[in-house]
Design a protein around this ligand. Structure first.
Ligand code: BES
Ligand code: ZN
Ligand code: ZN
Length: 495
């Protein structure tokens, strides 16, 4: 998809469709909408009067052969109340336009922003919306439809700011492409994405964008005594890997923090000996979503160049019930030396992250973010709306939540009170890998991770219910979402 600023009057840009949006303000068509209405001899106003165009969020009205415009089609999208409108809405509007028009033969479109959205933030959001919406999960279909929006002209922007706008467009492209890169990985079936194959893909990406990369194989993993990861991996014939990706800024200020991004990459989670039911088990190919998220974030950071060093650590394994698999009740010694009673082999994500977090600290991490499809319980708490965000100290989490708001990703802070820590005490080891009480499964999972992060500022994102959606949205295909990448990138850029 080619996206370019176009400073010509929008009515003169050659395209199949012009897209713009109207606010819900009692049918008053003003500014650009008023202008288009006048060119159409008041026909837009007639549609508004008849109730077809109300400005309700994401309402779509397609007008054919609009008078006064060069294009064959005019798509008018509802933007909601102007007082509530943010760039997050603009991102969705741009996305909805792509998803609607690509099924209607449109190849070239003009996206026209309104008077209130003429600056770089708006441009970045539009580009992100366009590219993320263009993603389809049809890689393995032999009858692909090949519907494609080839060019988008961005109109309505402030010509005096074109240098800043072009930078913003580039930023938007990098972030959205990185989000789609992660979504591609998340979509891969487990027979085509084993831990070794994931490592190869990470390597190819790192080489392409100029990041450092090191792959720890089973020998190195043994040498480092990553007992929690080994315990999970031993049930599979596929060997585990730990993927370590490094971004180093040109000059690192003394005393600069080092951010570590630790991502769960279970390329398939059968549950192990505590095996999962067959129903929906195929979805467990996306149990590497946390790892893919961190690879996507690293890809973006390679281009955006934050001021501080960033390391991604991605433990990758299958969770299988093979003859050598660990069994409920087994005790494993994690890399940190802590002993873990494995009550349920299906709570494997926290085990591999335990060693990932310990390794991050060994590599000098001063700040940690982990992302994981960790618990079904987070869906009970927050459905598929918010990512569950945990962290200590609280100020560190709050700082991260500021980034989530800035980029329009919904995340909700979850409690970390010590009562929950009690629930992972074991009778025979230091800790157990499931909560002993009733409920609070996402929180006891987080507490398990904190036992390894200890006092290092740490954030845990439980993306189990948000990394994948079963139903498409007007601005997003069903399947992998790429959630959390934008927030992590924004946070790293501000550190
Ligand atoms: N990968 C699952 C969590 C999951 C569930 C991800 C649904 C995406 C959708 C994780 O490894 C798991 O099985 N967690 C268990 C933990 C329990 C045994 C304490 C769970 O949530 O049931
Ligand atoms: Zn599991
Ligand atoms: Zn899992």
């Amino acid at each position: 998809m080619q996206i370019q600023l176009d400073s010509q009057p929008y009515s003169q840009i050659q395209a199949d469709a012009v897209v713009t949006y109207v606010f819900d303000r009692e049918n008053k068509l003003d500014g650009v909408a008023g202008e288009i209405d006048r060119a159409m001899d008041g026909r837009l106003g007639l549609l508004a009067a008849s109730g077809e165009i109300t400005g309700k969020p994401l309402e779509l009205a397609l007008i054919h052969f609009p008078q006064g415009l060069g294009a064959q089609k005019l798509l008018v999208i509802g933007a909601g109340k102007p007082a509530k409108f943010t760039v997050a809405d603009l991102r969705k509007i741009a996305g909805a336009a792509v998803r609607f028009l690509k099924t209607r033969g449109v190849k070239n479109m003009v996206f026209l922003t309104r008077e209130s959205e003429r600056g770089p933030d708006a441009a970045q959001a539009v580009v992100e919306g366009l590219i993320v919406a263009d993603f389809e999960s049809d890689k393995y279909r032999t009858d692909k439809k090949n519907r494609e929006i080839q060019t988008v002209a961005l109109a309505g922007f402030d010509g005096a700011q074109s240098a800043k706008l072009n930078e913003a467009i580039e930023r938007g492209r990098v972030i959205a492409d990185s989000q789609n890169f992660a979504r591609d990985l998340i979509n891969e079936p487990s027979n085509l994405l084993t831990p070794r194959m994931l490592a190869e893909k990470a390597e190819a990406m790192a080489k392409e964008v100029g990041l450092g990369i090191e792959i720890l194989d089973e020998r190195k993993i043994n040498e480092l005594k990553m007992g929690a990861l080994i315990g999970v991996a031993q049930g599979s014939v596929e060997p585990p890997r730990v993927i370590v990706v490094r971004y180093v800024p040109e000059t690192t200020p003394v005393g600069a923090p080092t951010l570590a991004l630790v991502g769960k990459a279970v390329t398939f989670d059968t549950g192990g000996i505590s095996i999962k039911p067959a129903n929906n088990m195929e979805k467990m190919k996306y149990d590497m979503g946390g790892g893919a998220t961190m690879l996507g974030a690293m890809r973006a950071l390679a281009y955006l160049k934050p001021k501080v060093p960033v390391i991604a650590i991605i433990p990758a394994t299958e969770n299988m019930p093979g003859g050598r698999a660990q069994k409920p009740g087994d005790v494993q010694v994690a890399m940190s030396g802590k002993t873990i009673e494995v009550i349920n082999t299906d709570a494997e994500g926290r085990l591999i992250l335990a060693d990932g977090i310990t390794y991050a600290k060994k590599l000098g991490a001063t700040h940690i973010i982990d992302a994981a499809t960790l618990t079904g319980a987070i869906e009970v708490a927050l459905a598929n709306v918010h990512v569950g965000a945990f962290g200590t100290p609280r100020e560190y989490l709050d700082q991260f939540l500021d980034s989530t708001k800035a980029v329009g990703e919904k995340m909700w802070p979850m409690p970390m009170d010590e009562e929950y820590q009690e629930m992972i005490k074991s009778n025979i080891a230091d800790i157990r890998n499931t909560g002993s009480g009733k409920g609070g499964g996402a929180i006891t999972g987080a507490w398990f991770l904190k036992e390894f992060a200890e006092d290092t500022p740490w954030i845990h994102l439980d993306i189990a219910s948000t990394c994948w959606v079963d139903e498409g949205r007007p601005w997003l295909a069903k399947g992998p979402t790429g959630v959390a990448i934008r927030s992590i990138v924004d946070f790293a850029m501000k550190l």
